[in-house]
Design a protein around this ligand. Structure first.
Ligand SMILES: Nc1ncnc2c1ncn2[C@@H]1O[C@H](COP(=O)(O)OP(=O)(O)OP(=O)(O)O)[C@@H](O)[C@H]1O
Ligand SMILES: [Mg+2]
Length: 263
């Protein structure tokens, strides 16, 4: 059996008296898409914060390609190959689209302030290489974003902002990309385009996997290889969407939310 890309074992965190996540086991294989679903407040974003080192777990372990990364600081985990986007867009609005992608390379590049001052030619060469690579990444995501690469990111509509965030995540050369509700604020057409983007990125980057928190059940029905359901901090179901959505405990968790029944 091949080593899983990501393996969570008994992962949990408490905030005072609240158990936000309780003993979650999860395995992600290379070149796969996993969707995390569950009602509001279930603990989905908390799971991402544990995997990426924003929170330290109070129990359990996280392993990336068999190496323990539990409790490492966020920048070390990012450097190991886990990139993410946030539930609310976090672009540098005043910087250009291209610069927002280049920022994603931080952690990989060697140019620091001292090198820039003492070895200007060297750091300029490195910056030029970064810009060239950022252009390639943008072109791979969207011809339109590439054409507008010198414009400020702040002018982009919602769907293109999400796209740019994925481009920025790709710039860190990740093995795993975590997307927190990428389709929020998108209409049907944008969501279909987002799915096509993700599939294209997967095809262009062998081995790369996605872990995606989603509320849009059309996306969850179509895109992932595996669906994981979280409710009150616990993993209550896992499998393909057609099977998972029929389970009484999943229906129960969504009672009043209607989302699963209407997919
Ligand atoms: N830093 C924190 N301190 C205290 N409680 C927290 C903290 N972070 C998250 N929580 C709590 O943990 C629970 C899970 O929150 P989380 O944001 O992970 O939910 P979610 O599944 O992402 O919900 P949504 O679908 O609304 O985004 C909530 O009750 C939340 O209030
Ligand atoms: Mg959330």
């Amino acid at each position: 059996m091949t080593t899983p890309l990501l393996k969570l074992s008994g992962l949990g965190i408490r905030f005072g008296g609240l158990v936000a996540l309780d003993a979650v086991d999860l395995t992600v294989a290379p070149s796969t898409i996993t969707c995390i679903i569950g009602p509001n407040g279930a603990g989905k974003s908390t799971l991402f914060n544990l995997i990426t080192g924003i929170y330290r777990p109070t129990s359990g372990t996280v392993a990336l390609q068999g190496d323990p990364i539990t409790g490492l600081p966020a920048h070390r985990i990012a450097a190991r190959g886990i990139a993410r986007t946030f539930q609310s867009s976090r672009l540098f609005e005043d910087l250009s689209i291209l610069d927002n992608v280049i920022i994603g390379m931080h952690g990989r590049t060697r140019t620091d302030v001292l090198t820039a001052l003492l070895r200007p030619a060297k750091s300029r060469r490195e910056l030029e290489a970064c810009a060239a690579e950022a252009e390639t990444i943008l072109r791979g995501i969207s011809d339109e974003l590439f054409a507008r690469r010198y414009q400020p990111a702040g002018i982009l509509p919602q769907a293109d902002r999400r796209r740019l965030e994925i481009a920025r995540a790709l710039a860190s050369h990740p093995k795993l990309i975590l997307l927190d509700e990428p389709s929020s604020g998108m209409d049907d057409r944008d969501t279909a385009a987002l799915m096509a983007d993700i599939r294209r990125v997967m095809a262009d980057n062998p081995g790369l996997s996605f872990l995606i928190i989603e509320h849009d059940m059309r996306l969850v029905a179509e895109l992932p290889d595996n669906v994981v359901v979280i409710d009150y901090g616990k993993k209550i179901a896992e499998g393909d969407f057609a099977t998972v959505r029929q389970l009484p405990r999943v229906q129960q968790a969504y009672l009043g939310q209607k989302a699963v029944e209407h997919a």
